[in-house]
Design a protein around this ligand. Sequence first.
Ligand SMILES: [Zn+2]
Length: 65
Amino acid sequence: MSEKRVCAYCGEEVMGEVVRRGRRIYCSEACAFEDSRSLDCAGRTDVSRASLEEELKFREHPPIS
Ligand SMILES: [Zn+2]
């Protein structure tokens, strides 16, 4: 059984050697570098998570006009 390995950054299927960073795999050092850099900057995932919570609160308690 061979597991399909896909680069965590560009989404390309990885043939041969993979570059590992923790639990993620990449097709090249460049992708590993770019992905770790994008994770470090600004924390976009945190922002979207916060806005989702706001959205759910808004639905539970709609403002009465
Ligand atoms: Zn890649």
